[in-house]
Design a protein around this ligand. Structure first.
Ligand SMILES: [Zn+2]
Length: 182
C-alpha cells in the first residue's frame, strides 16, 4: 500500500481542500486543530460543532443543502448518534475509499494517535473499528454536548434526523464493498 491515493474522482468540495503532503490526502476541515496542526485520527470538536451549526460539511467545509450524510459503524447508525459531524453524501463516499482507517481492513487508528488533544471522545464512543460501515442519510440533524470520556469536559455529538436511506459497506477480500440491499 505504498501507492499514492487516486484523487481524480474527488467530489468538488474535497477537491478544494489542501492536500497533506505525507499521505497525499485532502485534509478534512474537522482534522485541522488549533494552530493549524493536522491530525487525521482526531476531530477538532469546536470546529465540528461550528461547521454543524452553520450547515457546512465536516469534510470539505462547504455548505450542505438538502439531506445530510453520517459515516460510522452499525451501532452509530442504529442510534443515529455520531462523534463526527454531518457531511455531504459524496464526501462520505470519498472518505470510505480514501481514509486509510476505513479503507484498509487492518489499519490501526490508535497507533496513529500523536496529539494530546486526541483523547476527547464522548462517553460510549469506543475506538473499535467496525466490521461494517454505514452511510446514513437523514433529512436533517441536531447537536448536543456530551461528557468526554477523559477529564470532565464535554465534546459535541451529532444526532441524525429522520432517516432517508442507509448504505452498508463491508470488507470483501480486503476491499470495502457496498452490500446490496443495505
Ligand atoms: Zn463535503
Amino acid at each position: 500500500m505504498t501507492t499514492r491515493p487516486d484523487l481524480s474522482q474527488l467530489p468538488h468540495g474535497l477537491g478544494t481542500r489542501p492536500v497533506d503532503l505525507r499521505r497525499g490526502l485532502p485534509i478534512p476541515v474537522v482534522n485541522v486543530h488549533p494552530g493549524g496542526e493536522v491530525d487525521f485520527a482526531s476531530i477538532n470538536g469546536r470546529a465540528a460543532l461550528e461547521l454543524s451549526i452553520t450547515g457546512r460539511c465536516g469534510l470539505c467545509g462547504r455548505r450542505m443543502t438538502g439531506p445530510v450524510a453520517f459515516l460510522g459503524g452499525p451501532n452509530c447508525a442504529e442510534n443515529g448518534i455520531y462523534s463526527d459531524p454531518p457531511m455531504h453524501e459524496e464526501c462520505a463516499e470519498a472518505a470510505l475509499t480514501l481514509c486509510p482507517h476505513i479503507a484498509v481492513p487492518h489499519a490501526r487508528r490508535a497507533s496513529e494517535r500523536r496529539l494530546a488533544h486526541d483523547a476527547t471522545y464522548a462517553v460510549g464512543f469506543s475506538e473499535e473499528k467496525p466490521s461494517e460501515w454505514v452511510i446514513l442519510v437523514s433529512d436533517g440533524y441536531g447537536n448536543m454536548l456530551a461528557p468526554a470520556e477523559k477529564g470532565d469536559g464535554t465534546v459535541p455529538v451529532f444526532i441524525a434526523g429522520i432517516l432517508v436511506r442507509q448504505r452498508r459497506f463491508g470488507y470483501q477480500d480486503g476491499v470495502l464493498t457496498e452490500i446490496a440491499g443495505g
